[in-house]
Every structure is written in structure tokens, then in C-alpha cells.
Design a protein around this ligand. Structure first.
Ligand code: BGO
Length: 266
């Protein structure tokens, strides 16, 4: 059985270091179809049947940069068996912005919190178990540079891929959730059930590249503008704000900065 694992993370999160450590010289380099963004794939060391695809480094799954579009098209079209999301532990709040969006795609996912050598050296604490409970998926601590925890993280991703299932995702406010359900219900059978939520969020954000040509831009305008009037804000900002509030809550319970002596949001 062949297994496809997508490696996703922010630029500078240590993705290349992890990819190289996991695949060694077993890599193939090319370009993503139609664009000059480099595509790297490799076999997981000791697992001929496991292919790791290194996605471009991105901060979000929005449609604004070529890298974001390449990454999300791959995820939606190729449908990996699992995502290995590398997160920079020294910059965890910012990195979780992408993580929350990846979870909404509905694929099995493992989070590898990287740079743990630096986090520990700084005397900071990340409560990995609580983070896993809050995010509803496996979270492992690693140092890609030192090679610690990486085999275990890869093994966890292989296990998640084999087991299947969807991770949990966070709920937005009641009004937004209602709008997402309505949009979701109106999506055709062309969209796989577990990917409906991601599509509904993107359509709510007026993402023009999602379902391009299949859904008219104005199809959900009535639902979206009703919420915008209620919140006095545009739909994309509503989603972004609610996402950051959720991430702030996670950080409060799971991250402690040494020199602050109290729980930190930064
Ligand atoms: C430089 N721990 C530590 N301490 N550093 C790490 C870890 C880790 O676990 N993982 C990665 N790094 P990329 P993207 C560098 O290149 O893999 C470091 O963009 C330097 N370079 O070594 O490239 C890694 O693919 C000069 O650092 O990330 C790299 O996601 C001085 O994080 C950087 C200091 O890793 C980004 C660091 C000339």
C-alpha cells in the first residue's frame, strides 16, 4: 500500500531541514504543474511505500500568493493520506493560523512542534498534551536540526494516514456557523463531504479561486452580506478575527513564556 504524506508549514519553520532529515538522498526535485515553484518529493527513510511531498512554505490557505494556491490545489486535488504540519515552537501563535486552516481540510493530521531545542533553551514551556487535546490531533515535539523526535513524528503521520478519519475543527460564532451550514448544504455532490467545511469557509470569505467556474461569485451573496451587516465587518475579517481569538485561547492554556512569569499571548 502506498501512502502520501504532505509536509506543510510556514516559511522558516524548519520544513526543509525536516524534509531532508526524513528523506535523506531519496528525493526527486521538479516543478509544480504550470508554475516555476520548486516541487520536492521523497521517500521516507526505511519506508519505500511512504512518499513525502514538501509543500511550499505558506502562512495561510488563502488565494493571494502562488505558493498558497499551489499548496491548497495539491491538498484539494491530490488528497494526501495525512498532513504533517510543522510548526515553529518559538513562533507558535502565528504558526497556528495555518494549522487551524489545515485542520478544516478534513485530512488526518499530525503536528510537529519544531525548534523545541530553542524553546527549552529559552526556558519557555509548551504543554504538548494540552495542545493536542485542544486541537484534536496528535502533537509531537521535535528538533529538526538536532534530529530529535523526528522519526516518531513521521511514524505518527504514517499511523494517522493508515487509520484515516477526520480531525476535529473549531467552531466559529453561532451566526457564522449557521451561514457555513447553509453554504455547505448548497454545495453540490462534486465536493467531497469532508471537504465541504473548508469550501464553505472559503466561499464565505468570497474566495474567487475556490470552485472556480463551478459556482457563481454571487451564489452566496445573500448569506454573506446578512452576516456582514450584523457584524459591521467584511466576511474575511470576521473569519480572521474569530480564528485569532480561538488561537489566543489555545495559547493561553498551552504556552508559558519563561521571562514573563505569566501566561503570554506573544
Ligand atoms: C539557518 N532548531 C534550531 N535551533 N534551528 C532549526 C531547527 C531546529 O529544530 N530546525 C530548523 N532550524 P529551514 P524552511 C540558519 O539556515 O529548514 C533552522 O524555510 C542560518 N543559515 O537550520 O530552512 C535551520 O524550509 C544561519 O537556519 O526552514 C535554518 O521552513 C544562522 O531554522 C532555519 C542561523 O530552517 C530555517 C540559522 C545560513
Amino acid at each position: 500500500m502506498s501512502i502520501k504524506i504532505a509536509l506543510a508549514g510556514n516559511p522558516n519553520s524548519g520544513k526543509t531541514t525536516l524534509f531532508n532529515a526524513l528523506t535523506g538522498s531519496n528525493q526527486f526535485v521538479g516543478n509544480w504543474p504550470g508554475v516555476t515553484v520548486e516541487k520536492k518529493e521523497g521517500k521516507l527513510k526505511g519506508h519505500k511505500d511512504v512518499t513525502i511531498t514538501d509543500l511550499p512554505g505558506i502562512y495561510s490557505l488563502s488565494p493571494y500568493t502562488l505558493e498558497e494556491v499551489v499548496a491548497r490545489n495539491y491538498l484539494m486535488q491530490e488528497k494526501p493520506d495525512a498532513i504533517l504540519n510543522i510548526v515553529d515552537g518559538t513562533n507558535i501563535e502565528r504558526n497556528l493560523y495555518l494549522t487551524t486552516q489545515l485542520l478544516e481540510l478534513g485530512f488526518p493530521m499530525v503536528i510537529a512542534v519544531n525548534m523545541m531545542d530553542v524553546v527549552k533553551k529559552n526556558g519557555d514551556t509548551i504543554h504538548i498534551k494540552q495542545l493536542a487535546e485542544k486541537l484534536g490531533c496528535t502533537v509531537m515535539e521535535i528538533s529538526a536540526l538536532k534530529g530529535t523526535g523526528i522519526k516518531e513524528a513521521a511514524q505518527a503521520a504514517v499511523q494517522a494516514a493508515t487509520q484515516g478519519g477526520s480531525p476535529k475543527y473549531h467552531s466559529f460564532s453561532v451566526q457564522v456557523e449557521e451561514a457555513l451550514s447553509t453554504i455547505s448544504a448548497r454545495l453540490s455532490q462534486g465536493v467531497e463531504e469532508k471537504q465541504k467545511r473548508f469550501h464553505a469557509i472559503k466561499l464565505f470569505e468570497r474566495d474567487k479561486k475556490i470552485l472556480e467556474g463551478k459556482v457563481s461569485a454571487s451564489a452566496f451573496e445573500d448569506i454573506i452580506s446578512k452576516i456582514e451587516t450584523e457584524f459591521d465587518d467584511d466576511s474575511e475579517s470576521i473569519i480572521t478575527n474569530e480564528r485569532y481569538i480561538y488561537i489566543g485561547e489555545i495559547i493561553k492554556g498551552c504556552y508559558k513564556k519563561h521571562n514573563k512569569g505569566n501566561l503570554s499571548l506573544s
